[in-house]
Design a protein around this ligand. Structure first.
Ligand code: ZN
Length: 274
């Protein structure tokens, strides 16, 4: 079994300082959090940008650039930029940040009905973002909110808009996405190719439960405040705490944790410069 890749998603689009004092918002805070999470055992960081004035999600290229450069300079983490966009954010704005040339970026291969909004990813938008990722040498992480999105990702291979082996992230337990059950996790994994790699992002309490199963199943795990604000019932978590816990769970189960360079090899990323 490969070593375990731990991705940290420290910020996301939703958590605010009012919801938890521990969420990093500004570029400086996100960079500091990246350093701490690498020390704790993370190999990948999934990046969102926020407007420092009001904490709202920001598509601003300059903010992404500041976070990207800082993390690149101060950590060895694999940088994975989110191309997610709230309704109304255009293809141009979602694609622009790929010009930074991060090693990875997220690519959601379908639309989702959230409780009060549509997370819209049209076939044309998915193809265009996939093509841009090829142009800038960015490996996509296919964000899978439901089983059909796996088929959409496989379709990209047929149209030469992605190259195997693919890497998937199963987003489970979000309202509107596939429920976070073990049966569903096994089902999702059974739908991807044998050479594909995968990670799981369980929402809320499912973060630990799905992560523990992924460790046993040979998958990888994503933790962090983007998906889960609590360490346990009633106790707010910090990002490094969530990473540290997953390291401990992995060790107890006899699975070693991958360094960023080991993760690069497992994910078939090009060797870093030098
Ligand atoms: Zn995200």
């Amino acid at each position: 079994m490969d070593k375990l890749i731990i991705t940290v998603a420290p910020t996301g689009s939703v958590p605010t300082r009012q919801m938890t004092p521990h969420v990093p918002i500004t570029p400086r805070e996100i960079i500091q959090e990246g350093i701490r999470c690498q020390e704790a055992g993370a190999a990948v960081i999934h990046i969102h940008a926020r407007n420092p004035e009001d904490e709202s999600p920001s598509p601003d290229y300059g903010i992404f650039e500041e976070i990207y450069q800082g993390l690149k300079e101060k950590t060895d983490l694999i940088l994975q930029i989110s191309t997610g966009g709230r309704a109304g954010v255009t293809y141009e704005l979602r694609s622009e940040r790929l010009k930074l040339g991060p090693e990875m970026a997220s690519l959601t291969t379908g639309s989702v009905n959230f409780p009060t909004s549509i997370y819209e990813n049209s076939p044309q938008l998915i193809d265009a973002l996939a093509k841009d990722m090829q142009t800038y040498g960015v490996k996509p992480e296919m964000e899978i909110f439901d089983t059909a999105m796996i088929n959409n990702a496989l379709g990209l291979l047929d149209r030469d808009l992605a190259v195997p082996p693919l890497h998937f992230d199963f987003v489970m337990g979000l309202k509107g996405a596939i429920p976070a059950t073990i049966e569903n996790l096994v089902h999702l994994k059974s739908n991807i190719q044998p050479d594909a790699t995968w990670t799981v992002a369980g929402m809320g309490p499912a973060q630990l439960i799905m992560g523990a199963h992924a460790i046993l199943m040979g998958g990888h795990v994503r933790v962090g405040l983007e998906d889960n604000l609590y360490y346990c019932r009633g106790e707010k978590a910090t990002n490094p705490q969530l990473v540290e816990r997953m390291v401990r769970v992995a060790h107890e189960m006899g699975r070693e944790v991958a360094s960023p360079d080991e993760a690069r090899r497992i994910l078939h990323l090009p060797e870093p410069d030098g």
